[in-house]
Design a binder for this molecule. Structure first.
Ligand code: MD6
Ligand code: FE
Length: 213
C-alpha cells in the first residue's frame, strides 16, 4: 500500500505489460507545465468537440504540436490546423517534448519524438468512454500521458471492449507511458469526482503526447 502522498512520489508501477506508471514524474517540471497549458489554451481555447455520433464530449480539449487530434461528425483524425481558428496549433513546448522523451526512455522506448499533444480538461462529472488509440501512423510508438490536477480513475481494459478493465488511480504529476503489447488496449476515464486541487482548482488536465504522423 502506497496510499500516503509522501510514498506515492516518484514511485514506479507496471500496471500491465507495456505500461509504466511514473508517479510524480512530472512534478519536476510542474511550474513550466502549468505555464505551458496556460499558453496553449490561450492560443487554442479548450472546446467540447462532437463525437462522430453527434454527442458533445464532456471533456474539453485543445492541442499543441504539428498535429492535433480532432473529432466531428466526419470522424476522428489528426489535423495540422485548429478547425476553430483555421490556424496551426501552438508549437509543442520543449518542456513537454523533453519530459515525454525521458518518461518514454524510462519505459524502454528510445528516441520518442512527439509531434502531437492533446490537452484534455475534465471538470467534475466529465468522463471518457472506453476507446482504443489507433489514429496514429506508427503504432510501435508509445503514448505518454501526463496527469495534472484532480485525481481520476483510469480504466485500463483489454484488446476487446468487453474485457474487464483495471482501475488505475492517476494523480497530479503522474506520468503513464504505454506501448508495445499495451498499445491497443481499450481505456477510458471514470467520471471525475468533485474536488478542489490546490494548483488547478476543480479540474483535471491530461496531456497525451504522441508520434502521430
Ligand atoms: C485521459 N487518456 O487520461 C485520457 N490514451 O484523460 C487517454 O485517452 C489516453 O491517457 C492513450 C494513452 C494514454 C491515455
Ligand atoms: Fe486514449
Amino acid at each position: 500500500m502506497f496510499a500516503a502522498a509522501e510514498h506515492r512520489q516518484n514511485w514506479r508501477e507496471t500496471p500491465l505489460p507495456g505500461a509504466l506508471l511514473l508517479r510524480g514524474f512530472a512534478l519536476q517540471a510542474e511550474a513550466e507545465l502549468l505555464a505551458a497549458v496556460e499558453a496553449i489554451t490561450a492560443a487554442a481555447p479548450l472546446r467540447h468537440m462532437q463525437t462522430p455520433g453527434g454527442q458533445r464530449m464532456s471533456v474539453a480539449l485543445s492541442n499543441c504540436g504539428a498535429l492535433g487530434w480532432v473529432s466531428d461528425r466526419a470522424g476522428y483524425r489528426y489535423s495540422a490546423l485548429d478547425p476553430d481558428s483555421g490556424r496551426p496549433w501552438p508549437a509543442l513546448p520543449a518542456v513537454l517534448a523533453e519530459l515525454a522523451g525521458q518518461a518514454a526512455a524510462a519505459a524502454g522506448f528510445a528516441d520518442f519524438c512527439p509531434d502531437a499533444c492533446l490537452v484534455n480538461r475534465y471538470v467534475p462529472g466529465a468522463r471518457m468512454g472506453l476507446h482504443q488509440d489507433r489514429d496514429e501512423r506508427d503504432l510501435r510508438q508509445p503514448i505518454v500521458s501526463i496527469s495534472l490536477g484532480l485525481p481520476a480513475l483510469f480504466l485500463f481494459g483489454g484488446l476487446q471492449r468487453s474485457e474487464r478493465a483495471l482501475r488505475v488511480p492517476l494523480g497530479h504529476g503522474d506520468v503513464l507511458v504505454w506501448g508495445g503489447p499495451a498499445r491497443l488496449r481499450y481505456h477510458g476515464v471514470l467520471a471525475l469526482k468533485e474536488g478542489e486541487h490546490p494548483r488547478l482548482g476543480a479540474q483535471r488536465i491530461n496531456l497525451t503526447l504522441r508520434r502521430a504522423g
